[in-house]
Every structure is written in C-alpha cells, then in structure tokens.
Design a protein around this ligand. Sequence first.
Ligand code: URA
Length: 239
Amino acid sequence: MRKERLDKVLANMGVGTRKEVKEMIKAGMVTINGNIVKAADFKVNVEEDEIICGGQMIRYREFVYLMMNKPHGMVSSTDDPRDSTVIELLDDFYKNFRPFPVGRLDKDTEGLLLITNDGKLAHDLLSPKKKVGKTYYATIDGALEEEHVEIFKKGILLEDGYTTLPAELKILSSGVISVAEITIQEGKYHQVKRMIGALGMRVSYLKRIRMGPISLDESLEPGQYRELTEEEITSLLNR
Ligand code: URA
C-alpha cells in the first residue's frame, strides 16, 4: 500500500502549488472517502482512497509518458551545468513527476525522445538484451552505395575496435549528399555518426524517427511534446 502526504498528492496531480493546495485543505475543500480532511500531512493511500477536491474527483497517477521532438542545441538529461536541458521545456505539471529522458540523443540530434518517470520501462527499453530498434533519418556528406547496405547488415567495425550489431541502412537518395534511414539495435555513444564515419563519410543532420513501436508524431515541432496515447503506452509496456 503506497501512502503519500495529501498536499503532495494534490500538488503533483496539478491541483495547485503546494501552498495553494495547503490553503484548500485548510479551508475544508478536500474530502477523503467522504470525510473532510484538514491536515496537509494526512497520509493517503493513493491506490485506494477517493480524494475529492472542490467537488472534483482527483485521479492519482504514478507515471507520466511523453514523447518530445527534441530540438537541436539542447541536451537530453535532467540537469546540466552549461546547457539547457529538454526537461526545462516541460510544464511544471509534468516536472512534478520528476521525469527523465529514456537514453540520450546528442545535443545536435533532433527527433523522438521518450520522457518518463517509469524507471522499469526506461531500463527495459535501454537494455542491450532487449535489442529495441531505433531508426534515424540522416543526411550524409558522401555517396552511399548499395554495398554499404551489406556492410551495415554485417555490423560495422568502429574506430575503438567494437563491431556493432547488425544494422539496417535504407538509402533514400545518393549523391554528393545522401539521405538514409538507419536502424540500430544498440545505443553506443555517437553510434550512427561513428558508423558513417567508419565508412569515410560524415553525418550532417540526424533525427530519430522511431524507437521500438513508437514513431515520432510529425505534427510536433522541435521542442514540442505530448503525452503518449493509451495505445502507444500499451505497445511499449507489452513489447
Ligand atoms: N547516434 C548518434 O551518433 N547520435 C545520436 O544522437 C543518436 C545516435
């Protein structure tokens, strides 16, 4: 049974600031299982107690699941001494859940970033054993050839001696500048850039468009985010 302070629960569910909800509680606006409770530190069983505040039933939830179109120039961590973080873009309501990005995208990479406070899900999605596919749209300085598709399939020897797991290269266009979709099963540091680097070329633009069953919602502008739908959450949890 999980018990939490009443004022914390109400503030976390976005009813108001901690100060505001304390005043509401003091004013007798909050009932628990039908009884007025005036103590802000009253311990509620968040799974079972019925909390009503100002006539409105408060639905407690433990987890939040967001997808963001990560913008260029922000770091995908919860805090950073120098740079702005993607968490700073979230409304206070979501920050209350203490969410964190699931894995990292480079500062100059854009696209799909899942943000949650569900540690188990994050761990599962990042576990090398689970081999969750991540697909990137990449613009590359250099001419991609069909032979590169085979090289990707076999795994690519990186400069540090590590050979990547098999990956998929789908060439969308080839020329002085090429465009491709690249799917990898791991998340090594700068992995896509290093794989392309190992072929003697350079990634000039990188955007993640898919992670496991979740595709980037293309209606999200860089820096925008939304909650995952029930179907998206279910597809992640039941992978
Ligand atoms: N590979 C990279 O090189 N950078 C990213 O941000 C993600 C994958």
